[in-house]
Design a protein around this ligand. Structure first.
Ligand SMILES: Cc1cc2nc3c(=O)[nH]c(=O)nc-3n(C[C@H](O)[C@H](O)[C@H](O)COP(=O)(O)OP(=O)(O)OC[C@H]3O[C@@H](n4cnc5c(N)ncnc54)[C@H](O)[C@@H]3O)c2cc1C
Length: 417
């Protein structure tokens, strides 16, 4: 006998769990199907185990950050369930949050597990029916009823919320099933690409610096004549660069790299807080004021030693040289490399390593106020399965919570037609 429920949510990640709470609070009999044996497997990895669950910004700021297309779609949703609402919501679940200086919001305990547990415990208290180790294979609709086919018994539901995530970190259970389900109802899936992911360079010199990180670097690029820039920490890797500033830049480059299949040059500015001319003057003065000091020691006052040695080698000067021995040409080259070190990027790392998937269920076919399919009434989407992706900083989880709430509230209404 198939199990019967009013709302069936597929996927117990942050979007699905939030949707389950709001659906059950609205008195809908709610069942959540999860392919794994436990909920929120990706959620507990977020923020390096600390979970950057939102960003302390106004809805208007979030809309701006998501850009014109995604921002327009998410606008209603982010005003309806804003970062402030997310913090209040978690407080109501007994989980206090802390806002860090850069606006990133974490649980006060710094434990992503606590975020997952708070959601699961409230959902259970509200009577949500959890079905683990039950991977939905297919969804069909007969008259007004959805049938969710699984390797075990099927589930019959009046409404379905697809919250199956994207394609990144497939070991956490996200293998793109939601796209397949969406397609089976006639939805288009915009090209999926890796976002918030390390970048692979054409040159192999970053590999020589693998493991070296720099706290504050500005990364710039020109894409189709548009200047883009990000700033923050970077880390050199075996095949290129990673770290928060690079992940944010990957979001800007991924479409270009995939479409053009040709390298794009980015530049690294190791002194982002000083203008070029002021920096030239500062460095020249520093070198003249310390004639006996080794160049590498001057360079590494604010940079790791490995980078200082690398830069000296790159401009052809001995790093053991005293500042007074540095000729004008080498000094100019050194200063230029510190302000704009070029790296050619050939591709992003694979989507399996990406923090989020760019692309997904086309927003044109989804009602922005309800997350309901414009093609199939009673079918809803929430979270990363949608064609939304934000930068690092808690924006992606914020959209999971906001879209989850909207989908649940609309699905729980007795009449959606
Ligand atoms: C390492 C890492 C760190 C991150 N850190 C942050 C961060 O600090 N802040 C932030 O904002 N974002 C972060 N993200 C991104 C964020 O985790 C995701 O955007 C978010 O988890 C997406 O939530 P979701 O509910 O849409 O999907 P998911 O969390 O991917 O959950 C989907 C669930 O659906 C289940 N599922 C899939 N298919 C089926 C099926 N056929 N049947 C049944 N169940 C199915 C999966 O098993 C999974 O449990 C991070 C991502 C990664 C990989």
């Amino acid at each position: 006998m198939p199990m019967e429920t009013e709302i069936c949510i597929i996927g117990a990640g942050p979007a699905g769990l939030t949707a389950a709470i709001f659906a059950a609070q609205a008195d809908a009999h709610t069942t959540i199907i999860e392919g794994n044996t436990a909920p929120g497997r990706k959620l507990i990895l977020t923020g390096a185990g600390r979970c950057n669950l939102t960003h302390n910004a106004s809805p208007a700021e979030l809309v701006r950050i998501f850009g014109s297309v995604q921002g327009r779609f998410l606008s209603y949703c982010l005003y309806k369930f804003s970062p402030q609402d997310v913090m209040q919501f978690f407080a109501s679940l007994g989980l206090q949050t802390r806002i860090e200086q850069d606006g990133c919001v974490f649980p006060a305990s710094d434990r992503a597990d606590d975020v997952r547990d708070a959601l699961v415990n409230r959902a259970k208290k509200l009577g949500v029916n959890f079905l683990y180790d039950k991977r939905a294979a297919k969804i069909t609709k007969q008259a007004d009823t959805f049938i969710i086919h699984t390797p075990k018994e099927p589930v019959r539901a009046e409404k379905v919320i697809i919250a199956t995530g994207g394609l990144s970190w497939p070991k956490t259970g996200c293998t793109g099933d939601g796209y397949r389900f969406a397609r089976s109802f006639g939805h288009n899936i915009t090209q999926t690409r890796a976002s918030l992911v390390p970048l692979v360079s054409l040159e192999d010199w970053p590999g020589q610096l693998a493991g070296t990180s720099v706290e504050n670097v500005k990364i710039s690029a020109r894409i189709n004549n548009k200047k883009v820039a990000t700033a923050g920490a970077i880390i050199f890797t075996d095949d290129g660069i990673g770290g928060p500033a690079v992940l944010d830049m990957s979001r800007q480059l991924t479409d270009y790299l995939d479409a053009e299949k040709s390298p794009i040059e980015i530049t690294l500015d190791f002194a982002p807080n000083v203008e070029q001319s002021a920096f030239d003057k500062e460095m020249t003065e520093l070198l003249s004021a310390n004639p006996k000091k080794k160049i590498v020691n001057i360079l590494t006052e604010n940079l790791p030693k490995r980078i200082g040695i690398f830069l000296c080698k790159r401009v052809g000067c001995d790093d053991e040289l005293a500042a007074s021995q540095l000729n004008k040409d080498a000094r100019k080259k050194l200063i230029a490399a510190l302000k704009a070190l070029p790296v050619s990027i050939v591709r992003t790392r694979d989507i399996a390593e990406a923090t989020v998937t760019r692309g997904g269920v086309s927003l044109k076919e989804i009602e922005a106020k309800t997350m309901e399919s414009k093609i199939c009434p009673g079918l809803f989407f929430a979270g990363e399965v949608l064609d939304v992706d934000g930068p690092c900083g808690g924006y992606n989880l914020q959209t999971c919570f906001s879209t989850g709430v909207l989908a649940a509230l609309a699905a729980a209404q007795k009449d959606t037609s």
